[in-house]
Design a protein around this ligand. Structure first.
Ligand SMILES: [Zn+2]
Length: 174
């Protein structure tokens, strides 16, 4: 098992627009496994490739901490094609350790992605999956959840935010 270093807020890679994945090869398959291992070791429910130092459009999501029977999934080149409604939920991020805040986002989404067999899918999502996907796709576009908070939420986290060092951290393997 190899656990990758997680980049933290202040690292310039987190502000870049990630490039599309052009094919599935050994590098992508290895990275998919490493991203899943890193996310699980860090007690995360989602991880985007830029968070581990690769500016490419690829995500890992594992909702098993919230929903029983959920399996880790990898989404390549994910794209939201439709949004509906709005809701507020508390979010956190492995790149912004120990900071949690309420974020408003669309409640339901339709999204397209490619899987590790290079097959395309279009899927509807609501609940946690919709939430985590939107958070992770923001990473691929160079954005962090703390950028879009309202004033009250921003002031609640400002002290903690200033304490985060931009050198990253590596979760311990379990
Ligand atoms: Zn995040």
């Amino acid at each position: 098992m190899s656990i990758l270093k997680i980049r933290t807020i202040g690292d310039p890679i987190l502000t870049k627009i990630a490039k599309p994945v052009e094919e599935i090869n050994d590098f992508i398959l290895k990275l998919a496994t490493e991203m899943i291992d890193t996310m699980i070791a860090g007690d995360g429910i989602g991880l985007a490739a830029p968070q581990v130092g690769y500016s490419i459009r690829m995500l890992a999501i594992d909702l098993s901490l919230i929903e029983k029977d959920a399996l880790p999934m990898v989404y390549i080149n994910p794209e939201i094609t439709k949004t509906e409604g709005e809701c507020e939920m508390e979010e956190g991020c492995l790149s912004v350790p120990e900071v949690f805040a309420n974020v408003k986002r669309p409640e339901k989404i339709t999204f397209a992605y490619t899987d590790l067999d290079w097959k395309k899918h279009s899927v509807f999502a609501d609940g946690y999956l919709a939430r985590v996907l939107q958070h992770e796709i923001d990473h691929l576009n160079g954005h962090l959840f703390v950028e879009q908070l309202d004033k009250t939420e921003k002031s609640k986290i400002s002290k903690k935010l200033k304490k985060i060092k931009p050198d990253g951290w590596t979760p311990k393997s379990k």
